[in-house]
Each structure stands twice: as structure tokens, then as C-alpha cells.
Design a protein around this ligand. Structure first.
Ligand SMILES: Nc1ncnc2c1ncn2[C@@H]1O[C@H](COP(=O)(O)OP(=O)(O)OP(=O)(O)O)[C@@H](O)[C@H]1O
Length: 256
């Protein structure tokens, strides 16, 4: 059985078929990229898997259990994690406090954080930070961190509920090439070490071709291609939808 099975998943906004009868599987230990031009339906697909958006029809099963129509919180508890950007209001908290918040939230104890619970889960938070190489910066406010380091903290927060599948929406947006590669190399290492799976959307083709085990290409709400780097690079439909967008599909694209 696949870790995640998506079958005939659709989302219609009025007459707009944002996602139209999409099918795919994700296996444990897999880093899977969901790519496609602007408006292809990537975010909509993501939000249906995470439960933030109700599907119009279709099925999403995690280890055989149906997630469609389940509340996002329940889906998170079932083992689907998600990296969210650290909200501006939490930037003044330290690195470790942000990860503690994520742990508390997972345990439904968020209400107590600002009173007596500020020391709770510190050790667990530090252990997560060590996995992303941020334990030495644990007591710095997030607002002082370099952008790439903030992304590492967000990754540690995404791991707080021990996800079997982690969803990452454009994890490297706004990053310099070196930071992008570092973050994706770290993500790949975590996928292997934790035997989890990651589904990520991405606009940087260099990152996708360098790190994804497999790619799904969406265009106008439908999957037009699926496979490894060679299959995708040479796929006529993929070349067609990206033609004129300035995206490169060259071999050995930038890798720092
Ligand atoms: N809440 C909404 N209401 C109406 N239409 C929406 C809504 N969200 C998305 N859409 C439409 O659904 C389609 C797919 O959008 P989506 O954001 O999923 O694409 P995307 O592939 O993530 O795009 P991008 O790469 O630009 O983020 C688009 O036509 C978009 O305008």
C-alpha cells in the first residue's frame, strides 16, 4: 500500500476546474515535487491534501485512511505535516520558543504557552533544532536570523508532529542558490533518516531536478506528466506548457 493515494481529486471554483481528476501516489522515503506553470493547481492540490480546502470530489488516503472531509487538525494528527511561514507576531520569540509553540500546538496546549508552560518541551524542541542544524542559535529571536536559517526553523516546526508526510509549499522561494541547495539537501537527508515522505511545490527547476526523486507536472488542473528528471525533461507536453516561460530544463542546471 502507498503512503498516500490520491484518486480522482477535483476542485471546482464555479466553472473553473482548478484541479481536475488528479491521481497520484507517494511512497515512504520519497521526495516528490509538484510542479507546473502559474495557476496550474499546485496550491489547490496541496490544500486539499492538508485539509485546508474541501475537495469537490475524489479521495485522499493516508495509509488507507480517508482524509477527505476530515478537519485539518485531525489530518495533522493522522501524520500529514505542513511547513508554514513563521508569522510576524512570532518573529520576536526565540528560535526554540517557536519550535516549542509547534510542539504545544500539536499537543493542543497552546493556551498555556504564555503563562506557565514556557519551559515545556524545551528539550524536545532542541532535539528537533539539532536535526536542522539550528540548536546553537536556539535562544536568538527569529527576527535576527538570516532568511535561510528561518526556513530551517520552519522545517523543524513542520517536524514537530512527527509527520509521515510533510507538505512544503515553495520551500525555497526568495532564497539565494546556495541557501536553496542547503535546504533541499537537508530535506532530502531528513526524508531518508526519518523514512518519511515530502511533497513540495517549487518554481526553481534547478532545485527540482537536483533533489526530487520524482516529479508530477500539473497544467490547467490535470497531471500531464510524471516521472524522474529524464522523463520530465524530455516530455513533449512539459516542454509545451513551459515554452516561453523562461524555465530551463537543461542537464546539469545550476547546482552550487
Ligand atoms: N479561492 C479561490 N477561488 C477561486 N479560484 C481560485 C481560488 N484558489 C485558486 N483559484 C484558481 O484555481 C486555479 C489554480 O490555482 P492555484 O493557486 O492552485 O495554482 P498554482 O499552480 O498554485 O499557481 P501558482 O504557481 O501561481 O501559485 C487558478 O485558476 C486560480 O485562479
Amino acid at each position: 500500500m502507498s503512503l498516500l493515494e490520491v484518486r480522482n481529486l477535483s476542485k471546482h471554483f464555479g466553472g473553473n476546474k482548478a484541479v481536475d481528476q488528479v491521481n497520484f501516489d507517494i511512497q515512504e522515503g520519497e521526495l516528490l515535487a509538484l510542479i507546473g506553470p502559474n495557476g496550474a493547481g499546485k496550491t489547490t492540490t496541496f490544500n486539499m491534501v492538508g485539509g485546508q480546502l474541501p475537495a469537490s470530489s475524489g479521495s485522499v488516503k493516508l495509509m488507507g485512511k480517508e482524509l477527505v472531509r476530515m478537519a485539518p487538525r485531525k489530518i495533522a494528527h493522522m501524520g500529514v505535516g505542513r511547513t508554514f511561514q513563521i508569522a510576524a507576531t512570532f518573529a520576536s520569540l526565540t528560535v526554540v520558543e517557536n519550535v516549542q509553540m509547534a510542539l504545544l500546538s500539536h499537543e493542543k496546549k497552546i493556551y498555556s504557552f504564555f503563562s506557565t508552560a514556557s519551559t515545556q518541551y524545551r528539550d524536545r524542541a532542541l532535539a528537533l533544532l539539532a536535526q536542522v542544524g539550528m540548536d546553537e542559535q536556539a535562544d536568538r529571536p527569529c527576527s535576527e536570523l538570516a532568511y535561510g536559517d528561518v526556513k530551517r526553523v520552519e522545517l523543524a516546526m513542520g517536524l514537530a508532529n512527527e509527520p509521515k508526510l510533510l507538505l512544503m509549499d515553495e520551500p525555497t522561494a526568495g532564497m539565494a542558490p546556495k541557501e536553496r541547495n542547503d535546504l533541499m539537501a537537508l530535506t532530502k537527508r531528513l526524508v531518508i533518516e526519518r523514512n518519511m515522505a515530502v511533497l513540495f511545490t517549487e518554481h526553481s527547476m534547478d532545485v527540482v531536478f537536483a533533489y526530487a526523486d520524482r516529479m508530477l507536472v500539473l497544467a490547467r488542473g490535470q497531471i500531464i506528466a510524471e516521472g524522474g528528471a529524464e522523463d520530465i525533461r524530455n516530455h513533449p507536453k512539459v516542454q509545451e506548457v513551459y515554452f516561453g516561460t523562461g524555465k530551463t530544463f537543461e542537464k546539469n542546471a545550476e547546482k552550487v
